[in-house]
Design a protein around this ligand. Structure first.
Ligand code: SF4
Length: 162
């Protein structure tokens, strides 16, 4: 039995910076070091949906949380949260521990700790998810920068307690 039986939920763009608003990408692909650290701890990685790309596509402009605060966008977040939750629940029911969730600080959709984004609010309607350990990638995070190094230390500590 090779399974570690632990998964971690990650905002879509942690694994794919192509999904963020064009000028705001902070790496050329995934946040590599973050992914490597998750691999180091043998977590299965569950990539959450990206509601912004599904709503406004690749050429969208940056928007604030209040600009995203529309019935259509919140309905999409609810629908995607339901779909993602179905998958997460399958793991949970199969006795795979859902250890934590990684969001994006200051995102109108995927921020968790400082200001809850619309998509995280929809996901947190589910008890399994609202009780998870959580951390956000800081706004200042950019690959190969001192701010990334500082966050990696904090992230490693967070992972070691899951
Ligand atoms: S923060 Fe959320 S909505 Fe925004 S690009 Fe990343 S995954 Fe998509």
């Amino acid at each position: 039995m090779l399974r570690k039986s632990k998964v971690i939920l990650v905002s879509h763009c942690v694994l794919n910076q192509n999904s963020v608003v064009h000028p705001l990408a902070r790496s050329s692909g995934p946040f590599k070091t973050i992914v490597e650290m998750l691999m180091e701890y043998d977590f299965g990685i569950v990539q959450l949906s990206c509601p912004e790309i599904l709503m406004y596509g690749m050429n969208r402009l940056p928007m604030t949380k209040s600009e995203y605060d529309t019935p259509d966008y919140k309905a999409l977040c609810k629908e995607l949260a339901e779909r993602d939750f179905e998958l997460i629940k399958r793991f949970w029911d199969g006795e795979i521990a859902v250890a934590g969730i990684i969001g994006i600080d200051q995102s109108p959709s995927c921020s968790q700790v400082n200001d809850e984004g619309h998509f995280m609010a929809a996901l947190n309607q589910y008890e399994i998810i609202s009780g998870l350990h959580r951390i956000d990638i800081p706004e200042s995070y950019e690959v190969n920068s001192p701010s990334a190094d500082a966050f990696h230390e904090q992230f490693n500590l967070w992972l070691s307690h899951l």
